[in-house]
Design a protein around this ligand. Sequence first.
Ligand code: NI
Length: 270
Amino acid sequence: MNIDDYFQELWRGYTEVTPQAQQIHEIIHAHNGHVINDHVAFRTFNRSPIDINSLESSFLEMGYSQFDEYIFPNKKLRARAYVHSDELQPKVFLSELQLESCTQGMQSIVDGLLENTEFPNKIDAELFLQGRLWPTIDWDCYQSLLTESEYAAWLSVMGFRANHFTVFVNKLSKNRSLDEVIELVQSLGLQMNQSGGLIKGNALVGLQQASTLADTIEMEFAQGDIHAVKSCYYEFALRYPDEQGNLYQGFVADSADKIFESTHQKLANM
Ligand code: NI
């Protein structure tokens, strides 16, 4: 699958569970024409064969190279960022939950899911087009994951897919400030993630980001139970040039830490 088809297919699966993303894309497109993605983010567990180490070779084959690594101790996450040789392709932000830092209880729930999963013979980037591969999770187990890691709970239900797409605000033809983009989003009646402030980061760190709160959709749990859960969100990134005039390409751990919370179940009520 070529890279454009890959991201188009990811976008299709993403908007299927994130109707707000299609709405937001349409209003930004109406004002600016073509919308370029800054990055696309993925989540996984650090268990073979689905850990970052196993997955990254296929992104490298697609023309990506790794340029940075980030640690999020509070959330027990590690992430790597990849940039493509074609700067119009989105960067890739791949994160994984460090299960060995989690409780035995949580590890056994996750391992229980993984043991009952038939993974494709070849694990590559197309894994993220597959959605949830393990059996539906029990609602009580899901609640137990939620108390320890919103990330694990999200992954157990949503499976392998794009967690979010990100509008590259610098490349918009008209609305080139985060305030303007946020105004468009809010005009649709959608809620923004306020954790750590509406806009995270500043010119000094090279990157400003904002994100919506994830959509709420009904998903199936074990025994056919249906419950409303958080699906995915949309992000907006504005990058600042360094002294040589090159846009900062990296991520800012403090900001990303708060962006992860866009899928938290309780954030909307804060
Ligand atoms: Ni992001």
